[in-house]
Design a protein around this ligand. Structure first.
Ligand code: F6R
Length: 242
C-alpha cells in the first residue's frame, strides 16, 4: 500500500490524476475500473481537462463500474450510469459501447450478476478507482462481505443509506439495494487507486491502512494488493499514526 497525503480535495484529485494519466498514456486501450460518489469527481474533471487540451484520448479505452442502485438506470437522475455520463463519459471521446455498469433494472438480477462476472473475468482491469464508505465499504461491499465475493445484490446498511441521502430529495427515496462488484473482482485489478477526502473518512482510512485485515472493514483487504495507492487529503489522513 502506498499512502499519498494531499493538502486538500483539489490536491488529492491532482495527485490521483497523475497516477491515472500514467496508465492511460502508457496504454491507449487501457481498461479502467471506475467509481461514482462525490470523491472521484475532481479526478474526472482533471481527466476531462487534459482530454480537452488534447493530451489524452479515450477512444480505445474500456471501462467497467463498481456498482448501480437496484431500480435505477439510464434516464434516472440518481442512477450511477447517468452519473458517469454526466461527470465523465459525455465529456471525453470514450465510446459508450465500451463502457459498462451492472444494470439495476435487470429483470433477473442473478443473471445480471452472472453476466457482469463473466465480463469482468474476460477483462484485465488496469486501474480500479475506489472511494470508501465511512464504514470502510468499497463498491457497495458493506462490512462482513466475504473477501471472496463476486458481483452480487447488496442490502445497503442504514449508515450508507443515510450517507447517500444527500443526493436525493429525501431519505425515503434512497434505494435500499444495489448490485455491486464483489471484493474478489476489485482485487483482480492490476492496480488500485483509492481516494478519500474529509474528516468523516478518517476512521475508515485508519482502519484500512493501519488496522488488521478483516472482513469487518472491507477496504482493509487492500493491504493484500501488490499495487495499491491510497490518495487522501489531510483531513482523511488525520487519524493515521504517522
Ligand atoms: C461508488 C461506490 C461507493 C463510494 C463510497 C464513497 O461507486 O462504490 O463505495 O465510493 O460510498 O462515496 P463518496 O465518494 O460519495 O463519499
Amino acid at each position: 500500500m502506498k499512502v499519498i497525503i494531499a493538502e486538500n480535495y483539489d490536491d488529492m484529485s491532482l495527485k490521483a490524476y497523475e497516477i491515472m494519466k500514467q496508465v492511460v498514456t502508457s496504454k491507449n486501450d487501457a481498461i479502467l475500473g471506475l467509481a461514482t460518489g462525490s470523491t472521484p469527481i475532481g479526478l474526472y474533471k482533471n481527466m476531462i481537462a487534459d482530454y480537452v487540451k488534447g493530451e489524452v484520448s479515450y477512444k480505445n479505452v474500456k471501462s467497467v463500474n463498481l456498482d448501480e442502485y437496484i431500480g435505477q438506470g439510464v434516464g434516472d437522475e440518481q442512477s450511477y450510469v447517468e452519473f458517469m455520463r454526466n461527470n465523465l463519459f459525455n465529456h471525453i471521446d470514450i465510446d459508450l459501447a465500451n463502457t459498462d455498469l451492472p444494470s439495476g433494472k435487470a429483470v433477473d438480477m442473478q443473471a445480471e450478476c452472472d453476466r457482469y462476472n463473466a465480463k469482468l473475468a474476460s477483462l484485465n482491469v488496469d486501474i480500479q478507482v475506489l472511494g470508501i464508505g465511512g464504514n470502510g465499504h468499497i463498491g457497495f461491499n458493506e462490512p462482513n462481505t466475504p473477501f471472496g465475493s463476486v458481483t452480487h445484490v447488496v442490502d445497503l446498511t442504514e449508515r450508507t443509506i443515510k450517507d447517500n441521502a444527500r443526493f436525493f430529495n429525501s431519505i425515503d427515496e434512497v434505494p435500499t439495494q444495489a448490485i455491486s462488484m464483489g471484493i474478489k473482482n476489485v482485487m483482480n485489478a492490476k492496480s488500485i487507486l483509492l481516494l478519500a477526502s474529509g474528516e468523516n473518512k478518517a476512521d475508515a482510512i485508519k482502519a484500512t491502512v493501519e488496522g488488521p485485515v478483516t472482513e469487518s472493514v472491507p477496504a482493509s483487504v487492500l493491504q493484500l494488493h501488490p499495487n495499491c495507492y491510497i490518495v487522501v487529503d489531510k483531513a482523511a489522513a488525520s487519524k493515521l499514526s504517522k
